[in-house]
Design a protein around this ligand. Structure first.
Ligand SMILES: [Zn+2]
Length: 223
């Protein structure tokens, strides 16, 4: 039964990819033809967002707000609908953010992605945060290596469904472990930062491993 479910998910993903080819693109937000995200909608994503604090993270970078409908659709379509056609747009977005905000980071960094549920990776066929990490490496940290060193040792409820921050932290605490040692400078990547509980728990585990400095980057702030 589980195998059948996975096959159906795989099939629908292939269909989506075929649809990408068969149908001409239309803007994910306004529907105008010819682009997956038209210039006007793309420009509507602003970077005017207050940097949040996350326990254990030395510096958090956030690109935009999850309340922005275009950024939200870019991230959800990419994550849940396997819309690989949106990858170049996410790359352009990071390029624009880097240029307009004036982001420049030096040092010998290791990039880690926050852990994605393994069942979700199986269902979607890829780990969407790894691609986001590749964009960040190419544009911000060209000499960094990307490591998938986190493992979720138990299933946790989606954080967005929990309301109290204490519940979120209690929900996630002890659920993440490192499967290989990591040292030095670590750059943590996540798609959406909500309570910060997942990133904070990653930081706690990394500090125990002896990591010196941790910076985090989320594509959207969902608070
Ligand atoms: Zn548009």
């Amino acid at each position: 039964m589980e195998a059948l479910g996975l096959f159906q998910t795989w099939l629908s993903r292939q269909e989506n990819r075929i649809l990408d080819v068969l149908y001409p693109p239309a803007c994910i937000e306004c529907g105008v033809g010819g682009f997956w995200c038209c210039d006007s909608c793309f420009e509507s994503i602003d970077f005017d967002i207050e940097t949040p604090m996350v326990d254990g993270i030395d510096c958090v970078h956030v690109i935009g707000s999850y309340a922005n409908p275009v950024l939200r659709k870019l991230l959800t379509s990419y994550k849940y609908r396997s819309a690989s056609c949106l990858r170049p747009i996410l790359r352009l977005l990071v390029e624009r953010w880097k240029r307009e905000v004036g982001v420049s980071i030096d040092g010998d960094w290791t990039i880690l992605t926050t852990p994605t549920d393994e069942q979700h990776i199986l269902e979607r066929g890829y780990d969407h945060t790894v691609y986001l990490a590749e964009i960040v490496r190419d544009l911000l940290l060209p000499h960094a290596r990307i490591v998938s060193a986190f493992h979720r040792n138990r299933k946790t409820e989606a954080n967005a469904s929990l309301h109290e921050s204490e519940l979120r932290i209690g929900n996630i605490k002890g659920s993440i472990e490192l499967i290989e040692p990591v040292h030095g400078l670590v750059f943590l990547i996540d798609d959406v930062l909500t309570s910060g509980a997942t990133m904070g728990e990653c930081a706690r585990v990394l500090r125990r491993s002896g990591v010196e400095r941790i910076e985090g980057l989320a594509f959207a702030l969902g608070r």
